[in-house]
Write a protein of this length. Sequence first.
Length: 366
Amino acid sequence: MRGRIVEPEDIDRPSLCVTTKTSPGSKSVRNSLFRCLKALRPYHSLLLLYPLSQMNDFMSLDGSPSLVRLLMQYSPLKNLQTLAADADLTLSHVFELTAHLVYWAKATVIFPICSTNKYVISPNAPVHLNSPLIEKFSESFPGLHLIRVISEFSLPTSLGQKCNPLCHPSQQSQLIKTIIWMLQHHLLIQLHTYIQYMPTENGLLNSKLEFSKKQLTSPSPRSSAMLSSSYQPNAEHSRAESESGASTLSETVEIITARSIVMENLSFTSTENDKQDYQEELLLDFPDEERSSIFKIPATNTPEDLKLFARLCRKDYFQGNHHIEEIMYLENLRRSQLMQLLDKFRDVLITYETEDPAIAMFSCSS
């Protein structure tokens, strides 16, 4: 293993990363690890499980100068995209180095720590009174008790709720350090907000026949949007920073018809008929009953809101498979934009919080 990066085919070798309670070389572990490697995204972050001071021996055995550069720029507050830029490495190489560290149980993968992150106690957290972690926590943070600190996350709590602007910077710094420590020991999990499109009381309509007829007459905007927004981790894209601290991906250019271009440039200052035609055109591929429910929402009178809603809906972001931070990244949106949209269309959009399954795969068993 000296001086090279672990590739997926190398998973047959014995691993120190205990991702399950079975043998490290078992087929289930290999399959689980392979899924983990495929789940890496630029907006994820690296979290070392050991202090940097204890990584020197591993770095000398590895013999990779790029790994040294990566660890010199390491911070759990950075996403992998930012870490790659700071270390002057390609994103694909940072992915390889991250996989290398995860493989050897030196690191795990999280979402970058920021004020909007919401944490809750892990259901598998070993926080009984006789837990050895209690003494270990007290050694790292004299004067603090693990049970008291972690009890503040009995209910989902954002880091912003814990950071009082009036507090001294040293107190905020210590809070972040305790969060990092609890994440390293898998005591906390992060909850993300997912969105489900529910246009009627019975959920999505099953009127596939009507939808299929419309697909025959014109290409489906939903299908083309899905194809154009499919994620490719090795592609080079221009990026911007989002409010969450994670990079955002510049909006994918969509192929649209000339008629759609004309409709998008229309203003609602024209006649009421023009306004209705514009709304109908934006939701042309939606079933009639869904359109009726959507048009009852006052926000549909605002062109920008309706266009954004229709675009995100066509790309299947509202099917419970993408959390808010991922949508922000892929669509180059600010958190405030997305949260305002969810509020305006709350009659047809349901939100719920759960752990990101991609991040969950990187957690090692206790």
